[in-house]
Design a protein around this ligand. Structure first.
Ligand SMILES: [Zn+2]
Length: 135
């Protein structure tokens, strides 16, 4: 694992003496402590359980934004509202379930990636609100 020298959970730099490799069989995760290993295992279990809600939220918001594009193209006022709702839903979904790509997790660790995902989600939700009330 070239370049991987941070704890998979908290993102702390591991200087040489990392341990506790485990993971899902495909990637070898490394952690700074048993606590991080245990917390990450539980977090991933939660991610698996919530994945359907995450996918549903993304799917519905994409559908809303697509229909918004069609409505706007047809010159309909409701396009803006539909688009704002879609954007807002997308933001809320990401805030609730800030799931990022495995590459991002590998780069920053689980905790920091979640925080990053939440910040992006809040920004997207605010943009959605702005579209609804100002757009
Ligand atoms: Zn750690």
């Amino acid at each position: 694992m070239a370049g991987r020298n941070i704890c998979s959970y908290c993102g702390k730099k591991l200087e040489g003496k990392f341990c506790y490799g485990c993971g899902d069989g495909k990637t070898k995760e490394i952690y700074c402590s048993v606590e991080c290993l245990e917390k990450h295992r539980m977090a991933l279990e939660k991610v698996r359980k919530n994945m359907k809600w995450f996918a549903a939220g993304i799917a519905v918001s994409v559908l809303l934004m697509l229909s918004s594009a069609f409505l706007s193209a047809g010159g309909k006022e409701s396009g803006k509202i539909t688009g704002g709702c879609g954007m807002l839903l997308l933001g809320l979904t990401v805030v609730l379930f800030p799931y990022c790509t495995p590459e991002t997790y590998a780069m920053f660790g689980y905790v920091k990636t979640n925080r990053l995902g939440r910040v992006i989600g809040v920004l997207v939700a605010i943009f959605g609100l702005w579209m609804l009330f100002e757009g």
